[in-house]
Design a protein around this ligand. Sequence first.
Ligand SMILES: NC(=O)c1ccc[n+]([C@@H]2O[C@H](COP(=O)([O-])OP(=O)(O)OC[C@H]3O[C@@H](n4cnc5c(N)ncnc54)[C@H](O)[C@@H]3O)[C@@H](O)[C@H]2O)c1
Length: 305
Amino acid sequence: MPSIDLTGKAAVVTGSGRGLGLAYAHALAAHGASVVVNDVDEAVAEAAVKSIAEAGGKAVAEVVPVGTAEAAERLVNRAVEEFGRLDVLVTNAGILRDKVLWKMTDEDFDAVITTHLKGTFTCARAAAVRMREQGEGGSLILVGSPAGQRGNFGQTNYAAAKAGIAAMARTWSMELGRAGITVNAIVPVAATAMTETIPAFAPYIEAMRGGEPLPDFLRKGEGFGTPEDCAALVPFLASEAARGVTGQCVGIGGDKVALWSHPQEIRAAYADGGWTPAALADAWPTSVGAELQSVGIPAPKFPEA
Ligand SMILES: NC(=O)c1ccc[n+]([C@@H]2O[C@H](COP(=O)([O-])OP(=O)(O)OC[C@H]3O[C@@H](n4cnc5c(N)ncnc54)[C@H](O)[C@@H]3O)[C@@H](O)[C@H]2O)c1
């Protein structure tokens, strides 16, 4: 097996005081990278730095809410001040403000868009400037979601932000290719503060916290496990072994890793001189309308009782 060695590399992981971000920070440090832990919550950020140091890794905390250019500058500058460089950025910080469209307020929309979409944009821009100056490539690891890939009931703001993040990964992989900077979006699924309230999973998460292993139908079937299960993807994407991997959306969770397709035209029909509404109505059922696509995250498949 190839060895994954990130010795000498420096990483910033946003929102890494708890949950998936904490697992990513630990995994990067365990493979030799020095890590800037970021969170809005100072207590968890400091605890993360302590636990990484106790595990033999190197980390510092920068407590600032991502979402502005100033916060992004602070994170990149901290990596450069502490470790002399920046090689890896993981834009993981996130919040939820779930409501159906007709109840969602401007504040709900803006808070989620600012943290996820603008936080990813501003941090990636600051990191790209620094990585281009260094001239040695780098890895931008963005964080998407099944909700962004497929849409999800009650998640207008979140689905929009995560779909935008996948689109930015594709765009930036083209723009940064010549600089040797890879850009991918990971699509994790794991038991965290964000998902433990999903009623269908709650009893299994509770049992897992009590020391029971998660059943196979969750780990394999749903690709659902612990944050640590998702974390392996981050050092891999940051490593030499993944230099050729860019512009991709990669799902990870439980025992499963998966490549997501990008949207593409799947069926076309043609009318000489262009379409009229009546011609569309006539041709629709037997042409493009014959392959209407499903939406939403498929409901979990529980084993027969
Ligand atoms: N848990 C899942 O199954 C799942 C699925 C798909 C995507 N994700 C994504 O993974 C990421 C992490 O999710 P999680 O489940 O670990 O969530 P979490 O709530 O457990 O952790 C998120 C962390 O981000 C921090 N944070 C929030 N806003 C911030 C900001 N503006 N600046 C800095 N830090 C901030 C929080 O304080 C928290 O520590 C999110 O982007 C989330 O959308 C999670």
